[in-house]
Design a binder for this molecule. Structure first.
Ligand code: NAD
Length: 475
């Protein structure tokens, strides 16, 4: 064979692909990882969407904007005053870019340390596990693998009547790089990206209007949690319009003119910037040459079995480009599992205990089933909830919004779902993930000693409330 041969060729260096590559190399497999991403500085950058234009940069901006919001809204109650607070958006975005660079550079160092060969360019899988790579200089080369792991991720869905121009009408990447706070920001889609990035710019002073096509707010979350979150977002001044279907977005000078319909009639809205965040699709365009045998489903995702195997000998796929939630941590776990399976070890991902987190203020987090799902499935259950307003630590922190809700099987008491909205719940959810992964019950959580005073006491009390014996509220 003339081309360079590896034990494992990974296509894509996002959190699914780069983690798969590192684990494969740790297990002694000769590994290459091909990635096409070009960073903001025009150079190849590892880390995929998550590190470059997703999880990490958005959290950097969420943190900056939270500091500013606290300064302008929440410090007075502590007796802290600041004269004429202002935010320099350029500095804020520069800080975000530095963090991105630190982490994408970190993957380069990890690849070096683990002897993973990075290859910059766009990969196409050919029959026989040959991978053709089109370099950024136009050159074409080929490598092959005893195994190929596809981890090509996802790209934003573009609406035909609101095409991205990357200046006025933007996707998630564009909304991380505004050069100034838009006076009026329109957001299409009240999903994870719309709420997170809408929150960033709202806190910095934008008038934010979110148009959501569905009649229910955050339909994927437990309804009690979604209701509590909606109440808080409304208080913050986020204008979320449900059942609002966009039909046209027209650029007019420096404005975007929107036409949408709601239950009543056709409506118009003028904004300065428009973020379209209506979901993502698998980035499988151009991935497969003729005759590989790898199948795509009707949504363009690579078809895989429970072990992320495509059914074609030695070809696997992980992360956003396969079934299951589009979450970085789910992709990473699949990447590790596949590397372990290739090395002849046990590898498995339990999709039932993948945690969800939305990094708004308050944060939203959950694991397992919602009450609505259990109702639809006819599963008997009991619930217990506890508000942060009755938690000493939350009151001391001035973070009283939200609650914890525990759902357990009515007969066996096994935990079926744990749902949270409140400060720091992105960290607290893992207690519930561990408990559910170990097949724990509400009684298990109720009998575990929780430190006082902590926010986690809300989990303890909610578990006690399942059996109507919470201490610090009337049951
Ligand atoms: P999403 O699926 O979370 O939300 C998209 C929303 O847009 C939905 O509520 C949908 O009903 C609405 N919508 C669709 N078409 C519409 C239309 N024409 N007009 C108005 N509303 C419309 O998608 P997203 O927010 O774009 O995020 C994409 C993916 O990235 C998600 O799968 C998400 O899990 C992932 N992500 C996760 C995180 C996190 O874990 N914190 C953060 C960012 C992104």
């Amino acid at each position: 064979m003339s081309e360079q041969h590896y034990d494992v060729v990974v296509i894509g260096a996002g959190p699914a692909g780069y983690v798969a590559a590192i684990r494969a190399a740790q297990l002694g497999l000769k590994t290459a990882c091909v990635d096409a991403f070009i960073g903001k500085d025009g150079k190849p950058a590892l880390g995929g969407t998550c590190l470059n234009v997703g999880c990490i940069p958005s959290k950097a901006l969420l943190d900056s904007s939270k500091q500013f919001h606290n300064l302008t809204h929440n410090f007075a109650v502590h007796g802290i005053a600041a004269a004429n607070p202002s935010i320099d958006v350029g500095t804020m975005v520069g800080r975000k870019d530095k963090i991105v660079k630190q982490f994408t550079g970190g993957i380069t160092s990890l690849f070096k340390a683990n002897k993973v060969t990075p290859i910059a360019g766009f990969a196409t899988l050919k029959p026989g596990r040959v991978v053709s790579i089109k370099g950024h200089d136009g050159s074409v080369s080929e490598i092959s693998g005893t195994n190929v792991i596809i981890g090509v991720g996802s790209v934003p869905i573009e609406l035909p009547f609101a095409k991205f121009d990357n200046k006025l009408i933007v996707d998630n990447a564009g909304a991380l790089d505004f050069d100034a706070t838009p006076a009026r920001l329109g957001v299409i889609g009240a999903g994870v990206i719309g709420l997170e990035l809408g929150s960033v710019w709202k806190r910095l002073g934008s008038e934010v209007t979110v148009l959501e096509a569905l009649p229910d707010f955050l339909a994927a979350a437990d309804a009690d949690i979604a209701k509590a979150a909606a109440r808080e977002f409304k208080k913050q001044g986020l204008d979320i319009r449900l059942g609002a279907k966009l039909s046209k977005a027209q650029i007019n000078g420096n404005e975007v003119h929107l036409t949408y319909s709601d239950a009543k009639s056709e409506q118009n809205l003028v904004v300065d910037r428009l973020l379209v965040a209506v979901g993502r699709r698998a980035a499988t365009n151009g991935l497969l040459a003729e005759g590989t045998g790898v199948q795509l489903d009707e949504r363009g995702r690579v078809v895989v079995d429970d072990h992320c195997h495509t059914g074609v000998d030695g070809v696997w796929a992980v992360g956003d480009c396969v079934r299951g939630p589009m979450l970085a941590h789910k992709g990473s776990e699949e990447g590790i599992a596949v590397a372990e399976l290739i090395a002849g070890r046990a590898g498995h991902v339990n999709l039932d205990t993948v945690p969800w987190v939305i990094y708004t203020e308050p944060e939203i987090a959950w694991v397992g089933k919602t009450e609505e799902q259990l109702k639809a499935e006819g599963v008997p259950y009991r619930t217990g909830s506890f508000p942060f307003a009755a938690i000493g630590r939350a009151v001391a922190m001035n973070e009283t919004a939200g609650m914890v809700k525990v759902i357990a099987h009515a007969d066996t008491d096994r935990l079926l779902g744990v749902h949270m909205v409140g400060a720091c719940v992105s960290e607290m959810i893992h207690e519930a993930v561990v408990a559910m992964e170990f097949k724990g019950s509400a009684e298990d959580l109720a009998r575990i000693c929780h430190a006082h005073p902590t926010l986690s006491e809300a989990v303890h009390e909610a578990a006690l409330a399942v059996d109507k014996r919470a201490i610090h509220k009337a049951n």
